[in-house]
Ligand binder design. Structure first.
Ligand code: FEO
Length: 398
């Protein structure tokens, strides 16, 4: 991405990655992403806020050159993950007078992960400021969005918040500056679900702190810059809240059709009860869509056939992911089939220690579902409806 002026003496110098389709060798990024870096030219000093993924080194260097940067005085590192910090050491080498400005925990990580020498750092604490000459950087420690060392930098005079990954999106945007999250709602929610949802409590805490600060612009480390920050903050507030929706997510796998028949039947019965259902075949599903569905759903039902006495490994994978993502889900169920014996319920339950859920009555059947088995699924649909009603999620009778 070319250099973009976003305010007087404040420039976007990051890189766009149109074709990246996987992050952390795990997370799908169907819309690409960006690695946002920012340049702030004070009257006396110049600071770079974060770098870019090492694969985009040439682009960052070209952008700094185009922006007329002869030398840097400060390299601010808000987050030690390598898609932002990967070139911190390189930039420090290219600018031998520059100090790497970050907090103590992030310094430790940068030394461990990137072998940056310790004598290059200027360590800041929460509330510390750095004068650049007409531009003042204020640092706010903001742990656990989504690593323990994450930090926000606030440009006081322009009221711009640089919150690293927080409030970002994996999106190669057509427009860098946006007013409303509605223009890229799915990408923003996907990003929240995949990256921030496990840290819902920290998200809420940081939103509360930011509500006391005047913020004209939010410039995160991925995706568009928010020129009306209330929009993305409101969306985060809703996603991170304890409020769940009248929805059931069903991650499932089927080998010979028995579990598929059970999932189809339960799906239909839930729809009849006016409960929104989102089934995900784990063989083909986009994990980001599954994560997004878990942001709001009141209930998760994991469905699997039995393989070697336990649940199919893809169902274990689904349970493991749900447990790691820590959604606010209230109820959890297990359905599936077996041939001659199974321990699927115990195995799947053991994968969910992080979820504060009430367990629903399992429906585990022998072979292909028969009339009585389907009735058990009807009863499960009734149980889910009743739980949702008692939780105040259903506002009208089905
Ligand atoms: Fe975009 Fe946590 O790095």
């Amino acid at each position: 991405m070319a250099v973009r002026k976003i305010k007087a003496d404040v420039y976007y110098v990051g890189a766009i990655d149109w074709h990246r389709r996987l992050f952390d060798s795990l997370i799908p990024t169907p819309d690409g992403t960006t690695y946002n870096a920012y340049l702030i030219k004070g009257k006396a000093k110049t600071a770079l806020i974060d770098t870019v993924d090492p694969s985009k080194e040439a682009e960052l260097l070209r952008n700094l050159d185009d922006a007329g940067v002869g030398s840097l005085d400060y390299i601010v590192s808000n987050h030690a993950e390598q898609d932002h910090s990967g070139l911190v050491g390189k930039m420090a080498t290219l600018h031998p007078e520059a100090k790497i400005v970050t907090n103590a925990k992030c310094k430790e990580f940068l030394m461990d992960l990137l072998l940056v020498p310790g004598d290059r750092f200027m360590v800041v604490a929460d509330g510390d400021t750095l004068e650049l000459g007409g531009k003042t950087l204020k640092f706010m420690l903001a742990p656990w969005v989504h690593w323990p060392e994450t930090m926000f930098t606030y440009l006081v005079e322009d009221k711009i918040l640089f919150p690293c990954d927080f409030l970002g999106a994996h999106l190669a945007p057509a427009e860098l500056l946006v007013e409303s999250v509605d223009t890229f709602y799915e990408a923003a929610k996907r990003y929240y679900a995949e990256i921030m949802m496990p840290f819902r409590t920290s998200v809420t805490k940081h939103l509360e702190r930011l509500s006391g600060i005047e913020i004209a612009m939010v410039a995160p480390s991925h995706g568009p810059i928010h020129t009306k920050p209330a929009s993305i903050m409101k969306a985060y507030g809703e996603w991170a809240s304890d409020r769940v929706k009248n929805e059931v997510v069903i991650p499932y796998v089927s080998m010979h059709g028995s579990t598929q028949r059970m999932v189809d039947h339960l799906t239909d019965r839930l729809i009849e009860r006016q409960i929104a259902v989102k089934p995900f075949d784990m063989v083909a599903t986009d994990l980001g869509k599954l994560a997004m569905a878990l942001v709001d759903a009141a209930t998760i039902v994991i469905a699997a056939p039995t393989v070697l006495v336990g649940p199919h490994p893809l169902a274990v994978y689904a349970a493991y992911l749900a447990n790691a993502l820590r959604p606010k889900t209230r109820f959890a169920g297990v359905i599936g089939s077996y041939g001659w014996g199974t321990k699927m319920v115990d195995t799947i339950k053991a994968q969910l220690p992080n979820l504060k859920v009430e367990l629903l009555t399992p429906v585990v059947i022998k072979g292909y579902p028969k009339a009585d088995d389907l009735k058990s699924l009807d009863t499960l649909a009734d149980e889910i409806l009743e739980k949702h009603r008692k939780a105040g999620i259903v506002t009208s009778l089905a």
